[in-house]
Design a protein around this ligand. Structure first.
Ligand SMILES: O=c1ccn([C@@H]2O[C@H](COP(=O)(O)O)[C@@H](O)[C@H]2O)c(=O)[nH]1
Length: 316
């Protein structure tokens, strides 16, 4: 199961941190950009090359320090097929280095199209024309309802894949729709999505989590606690620390009593933890490593403070 594989890597690395891979070329180390420009000019092909080079540098730096990475598709799709190729090269490279990969794609459509999306990411398909490179989990938008979600959930369950559904996102206006209470159910839209997640949270793995997870933003600390109660068997993907200002000290609320169950995502504060111009690749690596060590330490301290740091008993 995806959930078990994730927790096993958490136990091995002593880390709950997910490093996002959002590629903003303007903020790349100049040394990487200059090399790509020399080879291909300022073209989408050059961008694709620079993206994969930078991702390799990040992945090599953090591979033993965190369980999982999360490339966000938009930053790759921006550079045509060169960017998409860089995305899949990154997936393969990260997995070779022992990391799990979440595609932050926020997909979701009518059933037939969702089926194609799910096959594109999980590759669990009869179609002989597709490659075998697959991600470990995908983020999915529930706005179209259960027939848009089912293809993902059906293909993930039993295939070691995770489907991570948007419940309460980290952005400032997330409440405009997600917090609306509907008269028919007396529940918020987010809570209705939770009902769906609970209805599909089977089987449950050896650490108590299913392969259907939820996105809950770190910027809404009270909601972390509330949704942890509503969704006891779901892994939470928790974005919003770092640049979005989510409070690291409150993160323990996203975990269960054993100190497990949350994938704490941080992107720009790690990807761009250095001066862009005039630094060597070694200096870039050192800054990224320092940021990762610091986030790992503060997340673990928050868990220890809350009496939730997992003990080796969870291995049994
Ligand atoms: O609720 C959500 C869902 C997804 N995201 C994505 O996570 C990263 C956040 O980047 P930071 O630099 O750590 O702020 C980005 O890819 C978002 O698209 C989110 O922020 N909130």
């Amino acid at each position: 199961m995806f959930a078990d594989k994730y927790i096993e890597r958490v136990i091995r690395t002593r880390s709950h941190l997910c490093v996002g891979l959002d590629l903003i070329l303007d903020r790349f180390p100049s040394v990487i950009l200059e090399r790509a420009e020399k080879m291909y000019g300022k073209t989408p092909k050059g961008a694709g090359h620079a993206i994969f080079e930078f991702n390799k540098l990040i992945i090599d730096t953090i591979a033993d320090k965190v369980p999982i990475v999360k490339p966000q598709l938009a930053y790759y799709e921006k550079y045509d097929h060169f960017g998409v190729a860089a995305f899949w090269q990154t997936v393969e490279y990260a997995q070779k280095r022992g990391l799990l990969v979440i595609a932050d794609a926020k997909r979701g459509d009518i059933g037939t199209t969702s089926q194609a999306y799910a096959e594109a990411f999980y590759k669990s398909t009869e179609d002989e024309w597709v490659s075998s490179i697959a991600v470990d989990a995908v983020t999915v938008n529930p706005y179209l309802g259960s027939d848009g979600l089912e293809p993902f959930v059906n293909l993930s369950i039993g295939n070691d894949k995770g489907t991570i559904i948007l419940v309460k996102t980290s952005n400032p206006s997330s409440g405009e729709f997600q917090d609306q209470i509907t008269e028919a159910s007396g529940k918020s839209i987010s809570e209705s999505v939770c009902d769906y997640i609970n209805s599909r949270s089977n089987p449950i793995g050896k650490y108590g989590f299913s392969d259907v997870g939820a996105v809950i933003g770190a910027t809404y600390a009270k909601d972390l606690a509330r949704f942890r109660e509503i969704l006891p068997n779901s892994l939470f993907l928790v974005p919003g620390i770092g640049y979005q200002g989510g409070d690291v000290e409150q993160l323990a609320l996203a975990f269960n009593e054993k100190g497990l169950g949350a994938i704490i995502s941080c992107t720009r504060a790690i990807n761009y933890a250095y001066q862009t111009v005039g630094v060597s690749e070694e200096e870039v690596k050192a800054s990224i490593l320092k940021a990762v060590d610091s986030f790992n330490q503060s997340i673990n301290s928050a868990l220890i403070e809350a009496g939730k740091f997992f003990s080796d008993e969870v291995l049994m």
